[in-house]
Design a protein around this ligand. Structure first.
Ligand code: NAD
Length: 331
């Protein structure tokens, strides 16, 4: 067996900001190899491995991996074509969830194709995750191990909250506050559109319909800053499902600076509860300011993909959230 055959074969669907970062995160790994990637106009597949830098260059120059020579293919149905063709153990779904039903429809596509393996998403909205949760039984029957909410928030910070909760007899409040700094909004178009969709006066459909010029002129008015409060974020339903607390005790908000790579505030989670002795206390966990959104999303996504592969190999299929499974560190 060659070294490539021993590795977990990974595909990345969506090759925008997170997809390209995901390819770079995988590049030095010994336990995983990127073999497949797709965007909205094409895909690339090489069972011996795709080069993250070359893929990134092609995507930035030509707007699709379909132009990659000799392993690219242009397609208007790239996800379907790739999943039928590629031998992949697990996919990271770095896709925009626009419309709000898109991720659930992609999961359905995998089920309908009779595909088996591990899927990992970094879904954000509660209502989007509810659609995926409804597919639990269908995923199980299909032989798919689906890990949902496995980015930063939801994801890393939700898992931290689930662990921090263990000190308490009762949880009063979980507050997640994120700071994101990106130098240029166009590197993360879907993330920014989906964030705008949370603002008063906007919804998913309105944000989806905005042209790039409209997003830009909106950001001009706010000097590039998006301030988000009491978001509809799936951390709440994940913590409720994990039995930590009811969803109304979970609050998520944050500040995104779309013109500066420096974080406008330190991302943190606070978990307040009552101990068995009757004391009220708060645990605080703060991410290092030097860690980017991409590092805090893609790292956990692959940690959960590795965990998903070990569940899959033990015959455990269905749906799992980042709050109920420990991610495994990928070497
Ligand atoms: P992006 O806009 O930079 O890139 C999206 C990519 O998906 C592009 O390559 C595009 O070509 C591709 N795509 C779009 N439609 C497609 C289709 N039908 N078939 C195949 N490919 C398609 O997106 P991004 O900013 O990297 O964000 C990706 C997702 O990650 C968003 O939904 C965002 O909300 C989510 N996200 C989650 C977290 C978290 O912590 N959970 C954090 C940040 C972003």
């Amino acid at each position: 067996m060659t070294a490539a055959q021993n590795k977990i074969k990974v595909g990345v669907l969506g090759f925008g900001g997170l997809g390209q970062a995901a390819a770079k995160v995988l590049a030095p790994k010994q336990e995983m190899i990127l073999v497949a990637a797709a965007d909205h106009k094409g895909y690339a597949y090489d069972r011996l491995g795709l080069d993250a830098d070359i893929c990134g260059k092609i995507y930035q120059e030509k707007d699709s991996l379909g132009y990659l020579e000799p392993h690219g293919m242009l397609s208007n149905n790239s996800i379907q074509d790739l999943l039928e063709k590629a031998d992949v153990d697990g996919y990271f779904l770095a896709l925009p969830n626009l419309p709000n039903t898109f991720m659930a429809s992609v999961a359905q596509q995998f089920i309908d194709a009779g595909w088996r393996g591990v899927l990992v998403d970094a879904l954000k909205r509660t209502s989007a995750m509810e659609q995926v949760l409804e597919m639990r039984e269908a995923l199980q029957k299909a032989g798919i191990t689906y890990m949902t909410g496995c980015g930063a928030t939801p994801g890393l910070l939700t898992a931290v909250a689930a662990i921090a909760a263990q000190s308490y007899a009762e949880i009063h409040d979980i507050t997640i506050t994120f700071g994101v700094g990106i130098a240029n909004w166009e590197a993360y178009r879907a993330t920014i559109r989906e964030d705008i969709a949370h603002l008063p006066g906007f919804d998913v459909e309105k944000a989806r319909a905005m042209s790039d010029a409209e997003v830009e002129s909106f950001l001009d008015k706010t000097e590039g800053i998006i301030t988000l409060e009491k978001m509809e974020h799936a951390d709440d339903i994940m913590l409720e499902l994990a039995g930590i607390c009811s969803r109304d005790r979970v609050t998520v908000g944050g500040v995104v600076d779309t013109r500066n790579a420096k974080k406008p505030l330190s991302t943190n989670v606070k978990v307040t509860g009552r101990t068995f002795e009757g004391k009220t206390s708060t645990h605080r966990f703060t991410l290092g300011d030097e860690t980017s959104m991409a590092a805090n999303v893609c790292g956990p996504a692959f940690g959960y993909l590795k965990a998903g592969v070990s569940l899959y190999r033990r015959g455990l299929y269905g749906l799992f959230t980042a709050a109920e499974i420990m991610p495994q560190f990928v070497k």
